[in-house]
Design a protein around this ligand. Structure first.
Ligand code: CDM
Ligand code: ATP
Length: 296
């Protein structure tokens, strides 16, 4: 048996830090959407029935990513194995991760891979009844939202998901300047430099069109953006370069960076901007939002 799934990049259209928990983690309010850019995970059954899971990694961002127990794909398989009544008799599996998303870049690539692994391994091992949302939350803050890969509002530390407003047709450009940004360092800088909590914005049930969505989003921010720019000034250059591309309605950083995005009313403008900015040696990817346009 062979199964496969795409693990799409998660983009935080806005990210407000709304509070702090006793364990040190910050409460967030964010609107997560998914870009067309994706890793691909393929699962194949082996002949053995000892519950073993193997991983091989390939693709443009595969180098330097360990295929050992630290990889979120294998951690997802382990978490599912623990849910089985007969873990040593499950079909052995090999997974191949084709890595197209830059690592540690604010677009939740590892989380998307973990969610894809949960979806595929649960099918391969007949564990579809397992509560994947609970397992996902244990694997990482962004893993629950990556299970369904549709726009969602995220609260808490990413574990409280609710419906997003219906999103109009919209294209997205992703740009990464080639630096890995560790999330803890950005939160640490924010805590020391700013540490002012934001309010959660009011969102409508739906946006009538692209300009309507932009009006709301322009009243929001990514609260981690200033800290990321302070530590990695090139991120500011990337945002400025996206903002001046024809048709760009909003340019902002996703997550804790360094990937930034531009929102465009149509795919042609987004593709043209990707062509221009990739000449600067930056990783660029453009296309229509994945899994959006509900109700349009
Ligand atoms: C910023 C987001 O990308 C928004 O989608 C995610 O919340 C980040 O999720 P993530 O990469 O899975 O983050 P983790 O690896 O769990 O967190 C790394 C570190 O960032 C800080 N951290 C992270 C998330 C959060 N809500 N509050 C925090 O204070 C903590 O110091 C934590 O130890
Ligand atoms: N399959 C994987 N793909 C990418 N990173 C992984 C994977 N498994 C484990 N990791 C580890 O997770 C860390 C974060 O990687 P990831 O690419 O998910 O970061 P991110 O895009 O900044 O996430 P977020 O948007 O949630 O902050 C990396 O430092 C990497 O070592």
């Amino acid at each position: 048996m062979s199964l496969q799934s795409l693990a799409h990049a998660k983009i935080n259209l806005y990210l407000h830090i709304t509070g702090r928990r006793s364990d040190g983690y910050h409460e967030l309010d964010s609107l997560a959407v998914f870009a067309p850019a994706a890793d691909r995970l393929v699962l194949e059954e082996r002949d053995d029935s000892d519950g073993a899971a193997f991983l091989t990694i390939e693709g443009p961002f595969g180098a330097g990513l360990a295929a050992d127990d630290s990889n979120l794909v294998l951690r997802a398989a382990s978490a599912l194995r623990e849910c089985s009544a007969s873990p040593d008799h499950l079909p052995a599996i090999t997974m191949t991760l084709d890595k197209h998303l830059p690592v540690a870049s604010g677009i939740g690539g590892g989380s998307a891979d973990a969610a894809a692994a949960l979806r595929l391994v649960a099918r391969a091992w007949g564990l579809e009844k397992v509560d994947l949302q609970t397992l996902a939350a244990k694997l990482g803050a962004d893993v629950p939202v990556c299970l369904d890969q549709v726009p969602r509002r995220m609260k808490g530390v990413g574990d409280m998901l609710s419906d997003a407003p219906a999103i109009p047709d919209c294209a997205i450009l992703l740009v990464n300047p080639g630096i890995a940004v560790p999330t803890p360092s950005i939160f640490k800088h924010w805590k020391e430099a700013c540490h002012r909590f934001s309010l959660a914005p009011e969102l409508p049930v739906s946006w009538s069109d692209f300009p309507d969505m932009l009006r709301t989003l322009k009243q929001t921010e990514n609260d981690l953006q200033a800290s990321a720019i302070a530590l990695y000034p090139v991120i500011g250059n990337v945002i400025d370069a996206i903002a001046v591309q024809p048709g760009c309605g909003l340019a902002r950083m996703s997550g804790s960076g360094a990937t930034c995005f531009g929102l465009f009313g149509n795919d042609v403008d987004a593709q043209a901007a990707a062509k221009v900015l990739s000449k600067r040696g930056w990783w660029c990817d453009a296309g229509m939002l994945h899994g959006a346009s509900v109700g349009y």
